[in-house]
Design a protein around this ligand. Structure first.
Ligand code: FMN
Length: 164
């Protein structure tokens, strides 16, 4: 019997993750998408990967922009996660934004960010893996937004304290 992708969703849903907004810039136009299929891939060279659905607008925009920023969301940024999970153009007008080397928009209030140059796109079924070389980044203190079992969650206060 064929493997049921619902089971894959359920099992991987038990794999608790943070939530990021992946952003890019095409000309003057900012775009972004909520994601959790994000991974640190290599430290030398410094590479990260984001898995992007081929049907997402972000798929084409990342290829055009040739860069992306990974913005790690804070616990109180659930609204941003929902906003950037909607299909189509996203509203950045009320957000504090800065840019770094690549020009991809960085959400100033995020918990941490990486600024990346797109170096490779690898096919992966109905998604493609966008591999970025990290050119810069910053971290802040605070609690991350967590995604678990199809819902948002949070870490205990003790587990957040002392994070390096
Ligand atoms: C918590 C969460 C994680 C998500 N992770 C991913 C992901 O890793 N890759 C992906 O392609 N879509 C992911 N999505 C779905 C996209 O955010 C959603 O399809 C979005 O509407 C795409 O927007 P676009 O079509 O305008 O690019 C996620 C959504 C949520 C709520």
């Amino acid at each position: 019997m064929a493997f049921d992708p619902k089971l894959q969703r359920q099992v991987m849903g038990r794999f608790a993750t943070g939530v990021v907004v992946v952003t890019t810039c095409v000309g003057e136009q900012f775009s972004g998408m909520t994601a959790n299929a994000v991974m640190s891939l290599s430290l030398d060279p410094p590479l990260v990967v984001v898995s992007v659905d081929k049907s997402a607008s972000m798929h084409g925009l990342l290829q055009e922009g040739q860069c992306f920023a990974i913005n790690v969301l804070r616990l109180d940024q659930e609204e941003l996660s929902n906003r950037f999970a909607q299909r189509g153009p996203k509203d950045f007008s009320d957000l504090s934004i800065k840019t770094a080397e690549t020009g991809a928009p960085i959400l100033v209030d995020a918990l941490a960010y990486l600024d990346c140059r797109l170096v490779e796109i690898t096919a992966a079924g109905d998604h493609d893996m966008f591999i970025g070389e990290c050119l810069g980044g910053e971290t802040g203190d605070g609690a991350p937004l967590i995604f678990f079992g199809g819902r948002y969650g949070e870490l205990t206060e003790e587990s957040v304290q002392g994070a390096s």
